[in-house]
Design a protein around this ligand. Structure first.
Ligand SMILES: Cc1cc2nc3c(=O)[nH]c(=O)nc-3n(C[C@H](O)[C@H](O)[C@H](O)COP(=O)(O)OP(=O)(O)OC[C@H]3O[C@@H](n4cnc5c(N)ncnc54)[C@H](O)[C@@H]3O)c2cc1C
Length: 404
């Protein structure tokens, strides 16, 4: 195989068996996922063939612990897998991030019996779960959740609704976060799709991320046994945050994979296309655009790699790094895909050309798992808070800066 346009140096820290997984994913992308991506991206129906392939080939299992048949991939491996998939097919990449997001609270908080029953089957792709957090009045401001769980005998009665829930139409189990009626916090509950009182809406049309449809949920006095609670009462929010942290790292990897794919396409076009008597790629303006894209992508990959290492080590500042990595990678991807489409002119705008799909898919990474503005708020707030205790810049004299 010829060398890739983007360097493989980030594979070097992986163990040989981890590198083999990346090469396996590459082969799947070259042989099946890449060539099929255009067809998958044409209709917003659940892409069963892609999902079954990822399950059969053991890629879905990377999100699950070994005790339940998974491989418990380190984040430094996981981001390489998702980047590979994102380079050709957002649907495939989002199936891996979405499986992790929706099953994570089961891994972290379900009873042993429920784990034994569900996790091996989720891991093999025989069943699916969905992650139900967002509501009409609680998106970025998740603490505004209005869905309520009321204690009733040995269980709960759930009322409320959820919006934008990926895979709700295909999931067998729904992980739902609700407010406890007595204001003691949030609770995570696992609801089967056939629970009496649960209504799953028809799939809702959207701009991109075809192949993983979304629906709304309504809960009318849905009874949930206490054995289906995830974690303890009050753990609902932290279980969701734990899942979202991994999902943010996944969104960043998917966005960088797509950005890499976009530069590969634009650079190839710049070599193929002749205008004004020479190659497009010989025009300095085109070279500078490609240079900016490639340089920013490598910087963003380095930030994401550092974030994954922090996750694997359990560093306390991992969440802030995940916010920075997601913010940078997803905003960058939107810009890179836009510029790559510009460089490929009218062809880039055609449905037949991959950049049209990349362009539609890029937007969601800036919105889901915390919009860019939310992450800026988190990062900025953290800097101001920590500056009180942090080492003072040696250029400053003692005392409040307002005394200058
Ligand atoms: C295709 C798709 C799939 C999804 N899948 C799921 C799923 O599976 N499960 C689930 O629970 N949710 C899911 N979501 C929901 C998603 O997580 C939310 O859309 C997202 O969190 C943003 O919430 P919102 O749409 O309500 O936007 P809002 O909260 O209304 O925010 C709108 C905009 O306001 C801006 N903004 C927000 N906060 C601030 C701030 N502090 N300062 C300045 N500006 C700000 C941002 O630009 C933001 O985009 C999905 C959404 C989509 C579109």
């Amino acid at each position: 195989m010829p060398d890739r346009l983007f360097s493989d140096h980030l594979l070097q820290g992986l163990e040989p068996d981890e590198q083999a997984v990346v090469h396996h994913v590459r082969r799947l992308c070259t042989e099946t996922i890449g060539p099929n991506a255009a067809a998958v991206g044409r209709e917003d129906r659940f892409a069963w063939d892609t999902f079954r392939l990822l399950a059969r080939e053991g890629i879905v299992a990377t999100a699950f612990p070994k005790a339940f048949g998974g491989t418990d991939a380190r984040q430094v491996l996981r981001i390489r897998i998702i980047e590979e998939l994102g380079r050709v097919c957002s649907t495939a990449a989002s199936m891996i991030t979405g499986t992790d997001l929706s099953a994570r609270a089961i891994v972290a908080g379900a009873s042993k019996a429920l784990q034994q029953e569900l996790l091996p089957r989720l891991c093999r792709g025989e069943i699916q779960s969905a992650f139900g957090l967002t509501e009409a009045q609680a998106g970025s401001d998740v603490r505004g959740l209005a869905s309520v769980a009321r204690r009733d005998g040995d269980g709960y009665v759930l009322d409320g609704s959820k919006k934008f829930i990926t895979r709700a139409s295909t999931a067998d189990w729904l992980m739902v976060v609700a407010r406890l009626q007595d204001h003691t916090g949030f609770v995570g509950l696992l609801v089967p799709r056939d629970a009496p009182g649960l209504t799953i809406s028809p799939e809702v049309g959207k701009l991109g991320w075809f192949g993983v449809p979304i629906s709304s949920l309504r809960f009318d006095a849905v009874r949930v046994p206490a054995s289906h609670r995830l974690g303890e009462e009050g753990d609902g929010f932290s279980l969701a945050q734990d899942a979202l942290l991994r999902a943010r790292i996944g969104h960043a990897a998917m966005a960088l994979g797509r950005a890499i794919g976009a530069v590969e396409i634009a650079a190839t076009y710049a070599g193929d296309r002749r205008l004004f008597g020479r190659q497009l790629g010989e025009h300095q303006g085109a070279q500078w655009m490609l240079a900016d894209m490639a340089t920013q992508i490598e910087a963003s990959r380095a930030l994401l790699h550092a974030t994954a290492q922090k996750y694997d080590r359990g560093d306390a500042d991992c969440a802030i790094f995940a916010s920075m990595a997601k913010l940078h990678a997803t905003d960058l991807c939107m810009k890179v895909v836009t510029d790559a489409l510009q460089l490929t002119g009218g062809r880039g705008y055609l449905q037949d050309f991959p950049l049209e799909r990349f362009f539609r898919d890029a937007k969601l990474n800036q919105i889901g798992e915390g919009a860019s503005e939310v992450h800026k708020t988190v990062i900025g707030r953290d800097l101001v808070r920590r500056s009180v205790q942090a080492e003072r810049n040696p250029c400053l004299r003692e005392g409040p800066l307002t005394d200058y």
